[in-house]
Design a protein around this ligand. Sequence first.
Ligand SMILES: CC(C)(COP(=O)(O)OP(=O)(O)OC[C@H]1O[C@@H](n2cnc3c(N)ncnc32)[C@H](O)[C@@H]1OP(=O)(O)O)[C@@H](O)C(=O)NCCC(=O)NCCS
Length: 169
Amino acid sequence: MNDIKIRSYQPSDLNAGRNLWKELTEHHQKIYNDPTIGGDNPGLYFDKLLAQVGPERLWVAEDKGDVIGLTGLILNGPEAEVEPLIVTPNYRGKGIGRALLNHAIEQAKKLEVRYLSVRPVARNVEAISFFYESGFGLLGHIEMFMDLKPSKPDAWKSELILFGHKFKF
Ligand SMILES: CC(C)(COP(=O)(O)OP(=O)(O)OC[C@H]1O[C@@H](n2cnc3c(N)ncnc32)[C@H](O)[C@@H]1OP(=O)(O)O)[C@@H](O)C(=O)NCCC(=O)NCCS
């Protein structure tokens, strides 16, 4: 962790950003056991994020010139969302995600954000634990949905109990 630097996003980080986004998509493909998530070229979603967030609200973690992590802040008045937060697989579990998240939190404080959120998918249990332990202890919106074209009977995991109701996730 000593050599890791967190710095602002630069135009030369475009390919690294796309790769990290691809790795985030692969993480979602794995947890949902669905290789179709993200389509044919998931890295290009990074370009959309860049357009939405703006380069000045994106930060990368760098190790000896290699970009190994990415975070950003989507601002919306007094609110902001940390999006994305990704560490390349070989570097996970070394404190880099925590450092990137802390950086985003500090930036949000400087921007006088009041409510800072994260929106992990419900099945990303490790990320939910990570965010909870990092201080995200308040629950805001809960997105409930129906699968109108279920691919297989066991597509959804059982079960998560919220306010006495059993959800699949
Ligand atoms: C979630 C993610 C960003 C965390 O980054 P990381 O660098 O691996 O996490 P860190 O090493 O900074 O860990 C910070 C803390 O979380 C804990 N933690 C990290 N990964 C964990 C895991 N898989 N399970 C349980 N705890 C975990 C660590 O033990 C550590 O706790 P500590 O500081 O008390 O020791 C990273 O695992 C990742 O990129 N995951 C895939 C993408 C993703 O899911 N992003 C979030 C989408 S919203």
